[in-house]
Design a protein around this ligand. Structure first.
Ligand SMILES: *Cc1c(COP(=O)(O)O)cnc(C)c1O
Length: 320
Protein backbone atom coordinates (compact mmCIF):
# COMPACT_ATOMS: atom_id res chain seq x y z
CA UNK A 1 0.00 0.00 0.00
CA UNK A 2 1.13 3.51 -0.82
CA UNK A 3 2.56 5.28 2.25
CA UNK A 4 2.32 8.88 3.39
CA UNK A 5 6.12 9.17 3.03
CA UNK A 6 5.72 8.37 -0.67
CA UNK A 7 3.14 11.15 -1.04
CA UNK A 8 5.47 13.60 0.70
CA UNK A 9 8.34 12.52 -1.50
CA UNK A 10 6.13 12.94 -4.57
CA UNK A 11 5.32 16.47 -3.46
CA UNK A 12 8.94 17.59 -3.53
CA UNK A 13 9.60 15.59 -6.70
CA UNK A 14 6.80 17.22 -8.75
CA UNK A 15 6.54 20.73 -7.33
CA UNK A 16 8.65 22.33 -10.08
CA UNK A 17 6.47 20.69 -12.77
CA UNK A 18 2.91 21.25 -11.50
CA UNK A 19 0.85 24.18 -10.23
CA UNK A 20 -0.29 24.44 -6.66
CA UNK A 21 -3.92 25.03 -7.64
CA UNK A 22 -6.16 27.51 -5.84
CA UNK A 23 -9.24 26.75 -3.79
CA UNK A 24 -12.14 28.76 -5.16
CA UNK A 25 -15.38 29.79 -3.54
CA UNK A 26 -18.60 31.53 -4.50
CA UNK A 27 -20.90 33.03 -1.90
CA UNK A 28 -23.87 32.91 -4.25
CA UNK A 29 -23.28 29.26 -5.15
CA UNK A 30 -22.95 28.42 -1.47
CA UNK A 31 -26.31 30.07 -0.87
CA UNK A 32 -27.96 28.33 -3.82
CA UNK A 33 -26.71 24.88 -2.78
CA UNK A 34 -27.19 25.44 0.95
CA UNK A 35 -23.74 24.05 1.69
CA UNK A 36 -20.48 25.68 2.82
CA UNK A 37 -18.64 24.43 -0.25
CA UNK A 38 -15.20 25.19 -1.68
CA UNK A 39 -13.59 23.81 -4.83
CA UNK A 40 -10.05 22.48 -5.24
CA UNK A 41 -9.47 23.79 -8.75
CA UNK A 42 -7.59 21.04 -10.58
CA UNK A 43 -9.17 22.18 -13.84
CA UNK A 44 -6.65 25.05 -13.53
CA UNK A 45 -3.82 22.53 -13.22
CA UNK A 46 -1.24 22.22 -16.04
CA UNK A 47 -2.73 20.15 -18.89
CA UNK A 48 -6.19 20.83 -17.43
CA UNK A 49 -6.47 18.00 -14.90
CA UNK A 50 -4.90 16.53 -11.76
CA UNK A 51 -3.53 13.62 -13.85
CA UNK A 52 -0.22 15.49 -14.23
CA UNK A 53 0.50 14.97 -10.52
CA UNK A 54 0.79 11.20 -10.81
CA UNK A 55 2.32 11.37 -14.29
CA UNK A 56 5.02 13.80 -13.11
CA UNK A 57 5.95 11.50 -10.22
CA UNK A 58 5.93 8.29 -12.28
CA UNK A 59 7.80 9.74 -15.28
CA UNK A 60 10.40 11.40 -13.02
CA UNK A 61 11.06 8.05 -11.35
CA UNK A 62 11.30 6.36 -14.75
CA UNK A 63 13.86 8.94 -15.89
CA UNK A 64 15.87 8.44 -12.67
CA UNK A 65 15.92 4.72 -13.47
CA UNK A 66 17.43 5.54 -16.89
CA UNK A 67 14.37 5.46 -19.17
CA UNK A 68 14.46 7.58 -22.34
CA UNK A 69 10.91 6.67 -23.41
CA UNK A 70 7.56 6.38 -21.66
CA UNK A 71 4.31 5.03 -23.08
CA UNK A 72 0.67 5.31 -22.04
CA UNK A 73 -2.65 4.00 -23.34
CA UNK A 74 -5.07 6.93 -23.09
CA UNK A 75 -6.39 9.60 -25.39
CA UNK A 76 -7.71 11.55 -22.44
CA UNK A 77 -6.22 13.46 -19.55
CA UNK A 78 -3.69 10.80 -18.59
CA UNK A 79 -2.24 10.58 -22.11
CA UNK A 80 -1.94 14.36 -22.32
CA UNK A 81 -0.28 14.54 -18.90
CA UNK A 82 2.29 11.85 -19.72
CA UNK A 83 3.14 13.54 -23.04
CA UNK A 84 3.57 16.92 -21.34
CA UNK A 85 5.76 15.63 -18.51
CA UNK A 86 7.95 13.55 -20.85
CA UNK A 87 8.63 16.67 -22.95
CA UNK A 88 9.39 18.73 -19.84
CA UNK A 89 11.91 16.11 -18.71
CA UNK A 90 13.42 15.80 -22.18
CA UNK A 91 12.42 12.23 -23.02
CA UNK A 92 10.21 10.71 -25.72
CA UNK A 93 6.62 9.52 -25.24
CA UNK A 94 4.34 7.32 -27.29
CA UNK A 95 0.66 7.63 -26.43
CA UNK A 96 -1.52 4.79 -27.74
CA UNK A 97 -5.04 6.01 -28.55
CA UNK A 98 -8.14 4.30 -29.95
CA UNK A 99 -8.72 4.48 -33.70
CA UNK A 100 -11.83 6.61 -32.98
CA UNK A 101 -10.04 9.12 -30.72
CA UNK A 102 -11.26 12.68 -31.24
CA UNK A 103 -9.09 14.92 -33.40
CA UNK A 104 -8.97 17.50 -30.61
CA UNK A 105 -7.53 15.02 -28.11
CA UNK A 106 -4.94 13.72 -30.59
CA UNK A 107 -3.95 17.31 -31.40
CA UNK A 108 -3.53 18.06 -27.68
CA UNK A 109 -1.21 15.06 -27.19
CA UNK A 110 0.87 16.11 -30.21
CA UNK A 111 1.00 19.72 -29.03
CA UNK A 112 2.47 18.49 -25.73
CA UNK A 113 5.17 16.68 -27.72
CA UNK A 114 3.79 13.13 -27.59
CA UNK A 115 3.96 10.73 -30.49
CA UNK A 116 0.53 9.24 -31.22
CA UNK A 117 -0.10 5.65 -32.19
CA UNK A 118 -3.55 4.28 -33.02
CA UNK A 119 -4.62 0.83 -31.82
CA UNK A 120 -8.07 -0.79 -31.64
CA UNK A 121 -11.03 0.67 -29.80
CA UNK A 122 -10.76 -0.94 -26.36
CA UNK A 123 -8.28 -0.59 -23.51
CA UNK A 124 -7.86 -4.39 -23.66
CA UNK A 125 -6.16 -3.83 -27.03
CA UNK A 126 -4.36 -0.58 -26.21
CA UNK A 127 -2.73 -1.46 -22.89
CA UNK A 128 -0.79 -4.54 -24.09
CA UNK A 129 0.33 -2.56 -27.13
CA UNK A 130 1.60 0.35 -25.02
CA UNK A 131 3.37 -2.12 -22.70
CA UNK A 132 5.03 -3.99 -25.56
CA UNK A 133 6.18 -0.75 -27.21
CA UNK A 134 7.84 0.22 -23.94
CA UNK A 135 9.32 -3.25 -23.56
CA UNK A 136 10.78 -3.34 -27.10
CA UNK A 137 12.40 0.08 -26.81
CA UNK A 138 13.68 -0.01 -23.23
CA UNK A 139 10.96 2.37 -22.08
CA UNK A 140 8.51 2.40 -19.19
CA UNK A 141 4.72 1.98 -19.46
CA UNK A 142 2.89 4.51 -17.24
CA UNK A 143 -0.52 3.24 -16.03
CA UNK A 144 -3.32 5.74 -15.30
CA UNK A 145 -4.10 4.81 -11.68
CA UNK A 146 -2.99 1.39 -10.46
CA UNK A 147 0.61 2.19 -9.49
CA UNK A 148 2.21 3.45 -6.27
CA UNK A 149 3.92 6.39 -8.01
CA UNK A 150 0.62 7.48 -9.56
CA UNK A 151 -1.33 7.15 -6.31
CA UNK A 152 1.40 9.03 -4.40
CA UNK A 153 1.42 11.82 -7.00
CA UNK A 154 -2.37 12.23 -6.92
CA UNK A 155 -2.18 12.29 -3.11
CA UNK A 156 -0.33 15.61 -3.26
CA UNK A 157 -3.71 17.22 -4.02
CA UNK A 158 -4.86 15.97 -0.60
CA UNK A 159 -1.80 17.45 1.14
CA UNK A 160 -2.53 20.80 -0.51
CA UNK A 161 -6.19 20.80 0.55
CA UNK A 162 -5.47 20.28 4.25
CA UNK A 163 -2.68 22.89 4.12
CA UNK A 164 -4.74 25.47 2.24
CA UNK A 165 -7.98 24.87 4.18
CA UNK A 166 -7.21 23.53 7.67
CA UNK A 167 -10.87 24.08 8.60
CA UNK A 168 -12.00 21.41 6.10
CA UNK A 169 -14.46 18.88 7.55
CA UNK A 170 -15.25 16.83 4.45
CA UNK A 171 -13.46 16.26 1.13
CA UNK A 172 -15.48 14.94 -1.83
CA UNK A 173 -13.56 13.26 -4.65
CA UNK A 174 -14.61 11.76 -8.02
CA UNK A 175 -13.82 8.05 -8.42
CA UNK A 176 -12.77 6.38 -11.68
CA UNK A 177 -10.04 3.79 -11.30
CA UNK A 178 -9.48 5.19 -7.84
CA UNK A 179 -5.98 6.67 -8.13
CA UNK A 180 -7.00 10.16 -7.07
CA UNK A 181 -9.11 9.11 -4.11
CA UNK A 182 -6.54 6.53 -2.93
CA UNK A 183 -3.84 9.19 -2.95
CA UNK A 184 -6.04 11.68 -1.12
CA UNK A 185 -7.05 9.01 1.44
CA UNK A 186 -3.39 8.09 2.01
CA UNK A 187 -2.46 11.74 2.63
CA UNK A 188 -5.51 12.91 4.58
CA UNK A 189 -5.99 9.87 6.84
CA UNK A 190 -2.29 10.08 7.86
CA UNK A 191 -2.31 13.82 8.54
CA UNK A 192 -5.89 14.63 9.49
CA UNK A 193 -7.84 11.47 10.35
CA UNK A 194 -10.71 13.67 11.57
CA UNK A 195 -11.43 14.85 8.01
CA UNK A 196 -14.02 12.73 6.20
CA UNK A 197 -13.30 11.64 2.63
CA UNK A 198 -16.32 10.80 0.47
CA UNK A 199 -16.16 9.36 -3.04
CA UNK A 200 -18.57 10.28 -5.85
CA UNK A 201 -19.31 8.09 -8.87
CA UNK A 202 -21.78 8.42 -11.72
CA UNK A 203 -24.69 6.02 -11.16
CA UNK A 204 -23.99 4.81 -14.71
CA UNK A 205 -20.39 3.89 -13.81
CA UNK A 206 -20.85 2.43 -10.34
CA UNK A 207 -18.06 -0.16 -10.40
CA UNK A 208 -16.55 0.97 -7.10
CA UNK A 209 -19.96 1.06 -5.39
CA UNK A 210 -20.71 -2.47 -6.61
CA UNK A 211 -17.23 -3.68 -5.61
CA UNK A 212 -17.53 -2.19 -2.11
CA UNK A 213 -20.95 -3.79 -1.64
CA UNK A 214 -19.67 -7.22 -2.71
CA UNK A 215 -16.40 -6.83 -0.82
CA UNK A 216 -14.31 -7.64 -3.89
CA UNK A 217 -13.22 -6.05 -7.16
CA UNK A 218 -16.16 -6.40 -9.53
CA UNK A 219 -16.30 -5.32 -13.17
CA UNK A 220 -19.32 -3.62 -14.75
CA UNK A 221 -20.22 -3.57 -18.45
CA UNK A 222 -19.45 -0.71 -20.84
CA UNK A 223 -20.96 2.59 -19.73
CA UNK A 224 -21.97 5.73 -21.57
CA UNK A 225 -21.80 8.23 -18.72
CA UNK A 226 -20.97 11.74 -19.91
CA UNK A 227 -18.18 11.67 -17.29
CA UNK A 228 -15.74 10.03 -19.69
CA UNK A 229 -12.86 10.15 -17.21
CA UNK A 230 -14.81 7.83 -14.90
CA UNK A 231 -15.72 5.09 -17.38
CA UNK A 232 -13.27 2.54 -15.93
CA UNK A 233 -14.85 -0.91 -15.71
CA UNK A 234 -13.44 -1.79 -12.28
CA UNK A 235 -11.33 -0.42 -9.43
CA UNK A 236 -7.62 -1.25 -9.42
CA UNK A 237 -5.79 -4.01 -7.52
CA UNK A 238 -3.82 -1.37 -5.61
CA UNK A 239 -6.54 1.27 -5.29
CA UNK A 240 -9.40 -0.95 -4.13
CA UNK A 241 -7.81 -2.04 -0.82
CA UNK A 242 -7.09 1.62 0.02
CA UNK A 243 -10.64 2.66 -0.84
CA UNK A 244 -12.30 -0.23 0.99
CA UNK A 245 -10.08 0.26 4.04
CA UNK A 246 -10.18 4.03 4.47
CA UNK A 247 -13.17 5.55 2.65
CA UNK A 248 -15.89 7.21 4.75
CA UNK A 249 -18.65 6.90 2.14
CA UNK A 250 -19.44 6.63 -1.54
CA UNK A 251 -22.36 8.34 -3.27
CA UNK A 252 -23.81 8.05 -6.77
CA UNK A 253 -24.83 10.97 -8.96
CA UNK A 254 -27.18 11.08 -11.93
CA UNK A 255 -26.24 12.42 -15.35
CA UNK A 256 -28.60 15.41 -15.07
CA UNK A 257 -27.01 16.32 -11.73
CA UNK A 258 -23.57 16.42 -13.36
CA UNK A 259 -24.88 18.77 -16.06
CA UNK A 260 -26.63 20.98 -13.52
CA UNK A 261 -23.46 21.24 -11.42
CA UNK A 262 -21.44 22.21 -14.55
CA UNK A 263 -24.06 24.87 -15.23
CA UNK A 264 -24.11 26.32 -11.71
CA UNK A 265 -20.30 26.37 -11.52
CA UNK A 266 -20.11 28.19 -14.86
CA UNK A 267 -22.74 30.76 -13.94
CA UNK A 268 -21.68 31.41 -10.35
CA UNK A 269 -17.88 31.00 -10.50
CA UNK A 270 -17.25 31.61 -14.24
CA UNK A 271 -15.32 28.34 -14.50
CA UNK A 272 -15.66 25.79 -17.32
CA UNK A 273 -15.30 22.26 -15.96
CA UNK A 274 -15.59 18.91 -17.73
CA UNK A 275 -18.29 16.38 -16.76
CA UNK A 276 -15.89 14.14 -14.74
CA UNK A 277 -14.62 17.28 -13.05
CA UNK A 278 -18.12 18.21 -11.86
CA UNK A 279 -19.09 14.86 -10.30
CA UNK A 280 -17.93 15.63 -6.74
CA UNK A 281 -19.56 19.06 -6.89
CA UNK A 282 -22.77 17.43 -8.18
CA UNK A 283 -22.82 15.17 -5.12
CA UNK A 284 -22.64 18.23 -2.86
CA UNK A 285 -25.25 20.12 -4.91
CA UNK A 286 -27.66 17.17 -4.71
CA UNK A 287 -27.27 17.01 -0.92
CA UNK A 288 -25.69 13.55 -1.10
CA UNK A 289 -22.28 14.43 0.34
CA UNK A 290 -21.68 16.84 3.20
CA UNK A 291 -24.12 18.47 5.57
CA UNK A 292 -25.27 22.00 6.37
CA UNK A 293 -22.76 23.83 8.56
CA UNK A 294 -19.83 21.58 7.63
CA UNK A 295 -16.93 22.93 5.55
CA UNK A 296 -16.77 20.87 2.36
CA UNK A 297 -14.05 20.83 -0.30
CA UNK A 298 -15.16 19.24 -3.58
CA UNK A 299 -12.33 18.35 -5.93
CA UNK A 300 -12.90 19.70 -9.44
CA UNK A 301 -10.68 17.16 -11.16
CA UNK A 302 -10.50 18.55 -14.70
CA UNK A 303 -11.64 21.13 -17.21
CA UNK A 304 -10.95 19.53 -20.57
CA UNK A 305 -14.20 19.88 -22.46
CA UNK A 306 -14.66 21.56 -25.83
CA UNK A 307 -17.00 24.53 -25.81
CA UNK A 308 -19.25 22.95 -28.46
CA UNK A 309 -19.68 19.88 -26.25
CA UNK A 310 -20.18 22.11 -23.20
CA UNK A 311 -22.94 24.02 -25.03
CA UNK A 312 -24.54 20.77 -26.18
CA UNK A 313 -24.70 19.48 -22.59
CA UNK A 314 -26.12 22.81 -21.33
CA UNK A 315 -28.84 22.71 -23.98
CA UNK A 316 -30.13 19.39 -22.57
CA UNK A 317 -30.83 21.01 -19.21
CA UNK A 318 -34.40 21.48 -18.17
CA UNK A 319 -34.89 25.19 -17.64
CA UNK A 320 -37.50 26.57 -15.37
C1 LIG B 1 -8.90 10.36 -14.49
C2 LIG B 1 -9.90 11.34 -14.04
C3 LIG B 1 -10.72 11.09 -12.91
C4 LIG B 1 -10.69 9.79 -12.14
O1 LIG B 1 -9.45 9.54 -11.52
P1 LIG B 1 -9.08 8.07 -11.01
O2 LIG B 1 -7.72 8.23 -10.44
O3 LIG B 1 -9.10 7.16 -12.21
O4 LIG B 1 -10.11 7.68 -10.01
C5 LIG B 1 -11.59 12.09 -12.51
N1 LIG B 1 -11.69 13.26 -13.19
C6 LIG B 1 -10.93 13.53 -14.26
C7 LIG B 1 -11.10 14.84 -14.93
C8 LIG B 1 -10.00 12.58 -14.73
O5 LIG B 1 -9.25 12.87 -15.80
Amino acid sequence: MTKIEEVEQAKSCIQHIIHKTPIIHSRSLQEKWGRRVFFKAEHLQKTGSFKIRGAANAVTNAVSAGATLVTAASSGNHGQAVAYVASELGIASVIVVPTDASAAKVAAIKAYGGQVEYCGTTSAERIPHAKSLAHQQGGVYIPPYDHDDIIAGQGTAGLEIIEQMPETDIIVVPVGGGGLISGILTAVKAKRPDVLVIGAEPALANDTAVSLKRGEITAIGPTETIADGLRTSQPGDLTFPVVSGLLDGLVLVEEHEIIEAMHDIAVRTKQVVEPSGAVAAAAVMAGKAGAPGRTIVAVISGGNVGLARFAELMSTMETG
